[in-house]
Design a protein around this ligand. Sequence first.
Ligand code: FAD
Length: 543
Amino acid sequence: MSEAMQKVPVLIVGGGPVGLALAAELGWQGVRCLLIEQGDGVVKTPKMNEVNTRSMEFCRRWGIAEQVLDTPFPLSWPKDVVFMTTLSGYELGRVKRPPRQIRASEHSPEYTQTCSQHWFDPILQRFARSFPNVTLHYRCRFESYEESANGIVATVIDLASGARETIAAHYLVGCDGATSAVRRASGIALAGKGLLGHAVNMFFRAPRLLEICGKEPGTFFVPVDRGGVWANLRIIDPANALWRLMVNETHSDTRIESVDKAAYLRRALGRDLAVEWVDINIWRRQSVLAESYGSGRVFLAGDAVHQVSPTGALGMNTGLGDAIDLGWKLAARLQGWGGPKLLASYDRERRPAGARAVGSATQFHALQSGWGDGLEALDEIGAASDALRQRISDVLVNQVGREFRTMGLQLGYCYEDSPICIADGTPPLPDDPETYQPSARPGGRAPHVWLSPPDSNGGRSTLDLFGRGFTLLCFGNASDGDVFQNAAAARHLPLDIIHINERAIGNAYEGKLVLVRPDGHVAWRSDAPPRDVGASLDLVTGF
Ligand SMILES: Cc1cc2nc3c(=O)[nH]c(=O)nc-3n(C[C@H](O)[C@H](O)[C@H](O)COP(=O)(O)OP(=O)(O)OC[C@H]3O[C@@H](n4cnc5c(N)ncnc54)[C@H](O)[C@@H]3O)c2cc1C
């Protein structure tokens, strides 16, 4: 960095997936930003592996969904979840999940993809870097900041040179993970159940492991024995035979050097096998939410504000939702079409979404506990053990397996009490984690309906209509759109008016006029324009 103090509109601290997504969103929206990251940006072994359907929709919105599909995890590989006594033992039940080549789901033009972080983060890095207004600065650590009425000044250390430097910005966003220095510097506390336990991740290479152990392909294998649901085995990279064994619980004082990897592996595989150990780490399973997502000129996103058990794959995926929500609001504010109340809506919308993710992930984790009793004969031959396995199978697939059926959680969140959405008097829908009920109710995600039928090149979805500015879908009088267009033009608000005649889409949206935000959430809907269109546009943009 140069000697003179740098000045940027937005300074992002942390180059994990959430910081990268925010940088990408700002770049895509035409906003200049600087991201600083203390590490070198290389992901050696992944934490995150599942990019869920909603996150894939964000990738589609940015035009990078194809890149996620193009990663080395084979498209035809089944994503099944398999409960078993050991990898060489009895299969107890299977949660069927389609392979990656199934691109769309009933409610989305995209589908959850297995794309581990050592592939996903570089896609986000490349995408963010493709914008000349985005700078990613690695080996640079945030230390502290001071805030004034005009902006913030952050002190950072360039770890390569050791030099301490200052950066001035209009806004500071901490995407710096669980131990967030920005959160601590802003005095924001975490609340919740806290520490749920310590887990250990062991990465190894084992060619032909499934063949050796006699199991049909799947992606996630859960051994169950007299210790209950005690671990899981995930195939990370089939082409390179890379696996991860995660042991759910170790003692709080366990040190990496004292972990008996071979013993854990023998227990999971049900046999001895020589493998190439690649990496090991111990991590804290937390259930916490920040008391605030920021205020003034300082905001927080991702693990800095919500730390969840990985059960349900809601960590990064919730963080990407934060990045999109905050990203368009910062862009609107900096470009002048967002009002002074817009940024305060970030906390009001995303904190309940974070609470929902923390609560759900914690419940999924609890479903794995308390399984040990009465399972001594689970791996034995005989009618009594057959019956025990059958009984356990139902519970495993239907209860423990719930964390793999989360379409409601992924797509069904609604910003109920948002100050920038205009309620239409319809009652809230049931918030069922498993089942998503499409609805264009204000606050919710605008539903997906195909505009053109999907073919081998995909198809066009209603979701493809939403973008950097607002979109008004008109199912009725063409002249209604003109009223909005004039009011938007007077406010320099980017607004696309789209006239749609297709009945299926009109039925799904249930209103002749539906105003959709840049993040694809519905801001307002009705059968006729409001009496004061300008006042409504002001409200949904935070004026
Ligand atoms: C075993 C496991 C499996 C998981 N699987 C999934 C999954 O399948 N799907 C899912 O959605 N989530 C999953 N998660 C959760 C997911 O990994 C996290 O939610 C996600 O990584 C959070 O992203 P983030 O960018 O907020 O934070 P992080 O990934 O923690 O990134 C924060 C970055 O900030 C940097 N940083 C910190 N302090 C500073 C500083 N002072 N200055 C500069 N840089 C700093 C750090 O170096 C780091 O790179 C999993 C987690 C675990 C542990």
